[in-house]
Design a protein around this ligand. Sequence first.
Ligand code: MRU
Length: 355
Amino acid sequence: MITSPPLSVEWVGGLDGLVRLIDQTKLPTELVFIECRDTDTIWHAIKRLSVRGAPAIGITAAMGAVLGVRDHADEVRDSLLNRLDTVCDYLATSRPTAVNLFWALDRMRRFARTMVESDVAAIKQGLLDEAKRIRDEDAAMSRAIGAHGQFLIKDGSGVLTHCNAGALATAELGTALAPMYVAHEAGREFRVFADETRPLLQGSRLTAWELSRAGIDVTLLCDGMAAALMREGRIDLVITGADRIAANGDVANKIGTYSVAVIAKAHGVPFYVAAPTSTFDLDTPTGAAIPIEQRDPEEIRRGFGPATAPPDVACYCPAFDVTPAELIRGIITDKGVIEPVSVETVAAAMRSAAN
Ligand code: MRU
C-alpha cells in the first residue's frame, strides 16, 4: 500500500455538501482542513495557496463552480448557464499560470451545455458528477504517471525535485512524486533531494512532509545547493512537475525550475517533467506566451512572519519560470513518456491521448 497524505481536495456529501481542502499554508506544523460552501471561499483558497499545484487547482475550481450554481433559485435553464459562466469567469481570475484551472472550468461549461434535454436540477447534479469525474480522472492519471515514470528510478539513485508536485498538488499520488511513490512501493531504494523552493517553501513544507510521511528517504536542500550536489555525482535524475506545457514542449513550473534544468544540463543529469494531459496547452505555441503570475513581494520580505529583508526593499516575485524544451530530456505523462520533446512529439502524444 502506498501511504499518501489525506486527500488535498474532496467533495463531502451530496449536492448540498461542501468542498474540503487541506489548508496547505499550515503544513508541515498543522494538518487542518478548510470547509468551503461558496465560490468566494474557493477563490480565496486558491489565491492564497491553501490549495495549490496545477491539477489540485483545476479540481477545486470545478467543485467551486458547482458551489456557485447549486443555490441558484431560477428554474430557467439559460439563467443557470449564465450563472455558471459568471462563476467560472470569476474563478478563472484566481491564478493565471496553471492551465488546469482554465481546462477544468471550460470542461464544466461545455459539459453543462451538453445537457440540452435536462432541467435545472439535473444540470446541477450533472455538474457535481462531472467535477467528481475530473477528480477521479486526475487520480487515475497520477497512478499512470507513476507507472510510466517509475522505471527511471533505479536502485541507489539520487533524484532531485523542485517545489511540490506530489499528492498534495493532485487528487492522489502527484505528478513528479508519483514515480517515486511507485518505485518505493516496488521496493527500490533511492534518495530524494527536495529543493526547499523559495519563497514559499513548497519543497520543505510540503514535499519533505509528504515523502517522509510515506517512508521515502528524503533530504532537504536550500535551492542554491543542488549544483554542488550534482558536481559530487549524487544526483542521477531530476523530476519536476508543470503548471502549463506549451505546444513546443516549453514548461512553466515553480520559479527556480529553469535554474535546475540549466545546472542539470551542465552536469549531464537527465531532467524530466511529469504532467497529466490536462497540463498541456496546445493553444499556447511557446513558453514565451505563458502568463506568469507575479505575487506579493511581502512573500519574499516576510513570507512566514518575521522580516527577512528591509521593509521597503524592491523584490522581484514571479511565481513561475519557463524551462525551454531543449533542456528537457522527457515528459512523463499518463499516456507514456514523450522523449525527445518537440512540437512534433508533443502533438503526436496529444493526438494519441485524444483517441
Ligand atoms: O504556486 P504553486 O505551489 O501552485 O506551484 C506549484 C508548482 O509549480 C507545481 O510544480 C506544479 O503545479 C505541478 S503540481 C503537480
